[in-house]
Design a protein around this ligand. Structure first.
Ligand code: SAH
Length: 266
């Protein structure tokens, strides 16, 4: 009987924590996320994770790279990650699934949570600063400034705007005060053209923020009309977000004010 009780105790599944690592810089993870990372038995992490975060793992922790170019390829990737999370949890281990930004903002955290729940694995979603929010903060763009409209749309630019996979309502988006596009680099030119065709003013301020909150972050400023060309000229690479809307105008204003303040102090 003791054997059986032991076995039951060891096979009680561990918890899987779906943890947001924040927008880029290692120290932008939440306190809770960091605490869980330090105590995890297994950490399954994505390509966008700052390597500095991995230095926080305990010595015994198993680390599994699950980036698109690493762990496995093609459409089996997501299923393989699902199975790995379930299998390790069933061994009674505490698992951290570490994702860039927030796990549930274009991060498939919802799908992983569903899979875990369906397989009887306890889980907890730990929020992170999503890159739209982190990038705008790092670029001095006050995303919901009261004078810059009353709404923000978070948009995926992953799908070819001219393919049936893309179900974005361009007229609706063109009418928004502020939008942030994730994964939009490949289709940048056509995304901005769709917005302009749908009636968004071509002189609407826009910015592309590359590698936000990292030491080598770059910010390209322009307008709806010019931003795609400027981003190409600057050879912007992923990860980057596109921000379009009145909120971007406040960046220039803030920078000018800050400069003037610095002159006064000097
Ligand atoms: N769950 C993540 C998003 C994953 S999708 C989040 O909440 O932020 C990947 C996209 O996120 C990238 O294509 C890019 O648009 C954006 N992104 C992630 N990290 C970024 C960074 N440091 N700077 C700019 N954009 C970033």
């Amino acid at each position: 009987l003791n054997d059986v009780t032991d076995q039951l105790a060891t096979t009680r599944p561990g918890t899987v924590y779906l943890v947001g690592a924040g927008p880029g810089a290692a120290d932008l993870i939440t306190v809770r996320g960091l605490r869980l990372l330090r105590s995890a038995d297994v950490v399954v992490y994505d390509a966008l994770i700052d390597p500095g975060l991995l230095e926080e793992l305990s010595l015994h922790a198993e680390r599994v790279y699950a980036g698109k170019r690493g762990y496995c390829v093609g459409n089996t990737l997501q299923e393989t990650i699902h199975d790995l999370l379930v299998n390790r949890a069933r061994e009674g281990l505490t698992v951290v699934r570490l994702k860039g930004g927030d796990p549930c903002v274009f991060g498939r955290g919802g799908e992983e949570a569903e899979y875990l729940a369906a397989h009887g694995i306890p889980f907890e979603i730990v929020p992170g600063v999503t890159s739209a929010v982190g990038a705008c903060a790092a670029a001095n763009i006050p995303l919901t400034h009261r004078d810059a409209g009353q709404a923000v749309a978070l948009v995926t630019g992953h799908f070819d705007p001219d393919s049936p996979d893309c179900r974005l309502n361009w007229a609706g988006l063109a009418g928004m005060s502020n939008i942030v596009v994730y994964m939009g680099l490949r289709h940048l030119e056509r995304i901005v053209a769709k917005l302009a065709d749908a009636g968004m003013a071509v002189d609407t301020p826009a910015a592309v923020i590359e590698r936000a909150t990292r030491p080598d972050q770059r910010i390209i400023d322009g307008t709806l009309e010019s931003i795609a060309g400027l981003a190409t000229d600057a050879d912007v690479q992923a990860p980057a977000v596109l921000v379009v809307g009145e909120c971007v105008r406040f960046r220039e204003r803030l920078l000018a004010l800050a400069e003037r303040a610095a002159e006064v102090v000097a």
